[in-house]
Design a protein around this ligand. Structure first.
Ligand SMILES: *Cc1c(COP(=O)(O)O)cnc(C)c1O
Length: 412
């Protein structure tokens, strides 16, 4: 058996710590296991190739079919296919007329896109801290952040665990606010039996390659039909008729621009990929749940590890498996934990570096790390383990044994 010298980068510089044996060298055969990777099959590849052989490769019949199939999957009245989730969130804000002078209450525990779009429309993002278990926006704190300028609440279904929509929706309707759901993680998630994306709140989904299904780049906006009709115009140059309905047989050359809109449409090439992915989504979700169960069972009795929250009234989309290291149990911190996994060919990530510590937001709004202590302290001790439908049971077992080995080696 080969051993490697301990890497000084992985262990704290504190010299009072007894040296620990180095982790086993990764076997030459073992390939790097990414924390997330898309699973695209021959069926989708064929569908993409067929689309490229037709005379209509941008937004057209496939995008329309993808929208219908998506709406049917979530059980909602309609959907608008766009170039990204970021585009969907931006389109939603603009369609609702949110702009300069307005405030939008949102969470620091998200990807920058959720908050950047609020800046794009000239409104002010008002961050409030998250719940310690789900790391979703805390509805009670959201209530205290409302002012006369508040126009909307923008919650994120973090990791795929739905926010408490009952409290958020009640709060919004009492104050006459919109709720725009960042559903980038929430494909297939349910809150009290209702699928995320089936209701009248605008909800924005992502098909980025790390998400639960992919179109390479892409997003979907759901909401009530009148909202989606206006959003469609906003998302495509502010034109009252889209390209396909103009150029298709019998279409008219005539259109009107009623708003200086964006160029956020999804192409038929992407939609072809999306249609195939959507057909496999139930299978992908089953695979995710199996891996999550393997992780949960293996880590349940480890006092060093805090498992992801799962409240009883929800169905989790399991976009991410976020493990948290309990303070004071191990001699290494989260960063060293990640480095050790990387040496064992296991990829991880951190979701998320909170918004308020990024220089733009920190400096513009004068935030300190402890401005949102729950988000910040949890950020410091979290890591996202590999989770994707590509993973085999053996991959999951390797992650489990590696995590348990690191915990055993570095216990205080
Ligand atoms: C991925 C992600 C987005 C952005 O999605 P894109 O499709 O890449 O624009 C937005 N919000 C959250 C929480 C995300 O994880």
């Amino acid at each position: 058996m080969t051993t490697r010298p301990p890497s000084s980068a992985s262990v704290s510089a504190d010299t009072t710590i007894a040296p620990s044996p180095a982790p086993p060298a990764p076997s030459a055969q073992r390939e790097f296991l990414p924390f997330a990777a898309p699973l695209v099959g021959e069926e989708e590849i064929q569908e993409v190739v067929e689309t490229l052989r037709t005379t209509w490769i941008t937004t057209g019949p496939k995008a329309k079919r993808f929208e219908q199939a998506f709406a049917a999957y979530v059980g909602g009245p309609g959907a608008l296919a766009l170039s990204s989730c970021t585009a969907a969130l931006h389109t939603a804000l603009v369609t609702l007329g949110i702009g300069p002078g307005d405030e939008v209450v949102t969470t620091p525990m998200t990807f920058a896109a959720s908050v950047n779009v609020i800046e794009h429309v000239g409104a002010r993002p008002v961050l409030v801290d998250v719940e310690p278990d789900t790391l979703n926006i805390d509805p009670a704190l959201a209530a205290t952040a409302l002012t006369a300028r508040t126009r909307a609440i923008l919650p994120v279904h973090y990791a795929g665990h739905p926010v408490n929509l009952q409290l958020i929706d009640e709060l919004a309707s009492r104050a006459g606010l919109a709720v725009i759901e960042d559903a980038a993680h929430a494909m297939s998630a349910k809150y009290r039996g209702r699928t995320i994306g089936s209701g009248s709140n605008p909800a924005a989904f992502s098909f980025y390659p790390t998400k639960n299904m992919t179109t390479a780049e892409g997003g979907m906006l759901t909401g009530d039909p009148a909202f989606l009709e206006r959003a469609r115009t906003v998302s495509l140059h502010g034109m009252t008729r889209d390209g396909w309905s103009r150029y298709d047989r019998g279409g008219s050359w005539y259109y009107e621009v009623v708003f200086p809109g964006f160029k956020y449409n999804m192409t038929d090439v992407q939609a072809a990929l999306g249609l195939g992915q959507l057909r496999k989504l139930a299978e992908f979700q089953q695979r995710r749940r199996t891996i999550v169960q393997l992780y949960n069972e293996a880590f349940a009795d480890q006092d060093a590890l805090e498992l992801p929250a799962h409240r009883p009234d929800i169905e989790h989309a399991w976009h991410l498996y976020v493990l948290r290291l309990r303070d004071g149990v191990l001699r290494i911190d989260r960063d060293a934990f990640i480095e050790d996994l990387k040496r064992r060919q296991i990829g991880t990530s951190v979701h998320f570096i909170p918004i308020h510590v990024h220089p733009y937001y920190r400096d513009k709004y004068g935030y300190r790390p402890d401005s949102f202590p729950v988000a910040f302290t949890n950020y410091r001790r979290m890591l996202s383990l590999p989770l994707s439908p590509r993973m085999t049971d053996a991959d999951a077992a390797y992650v489990v044994s590696s995590v348990l080995d690191i915990v055993r080696r570095y216990r205080r």
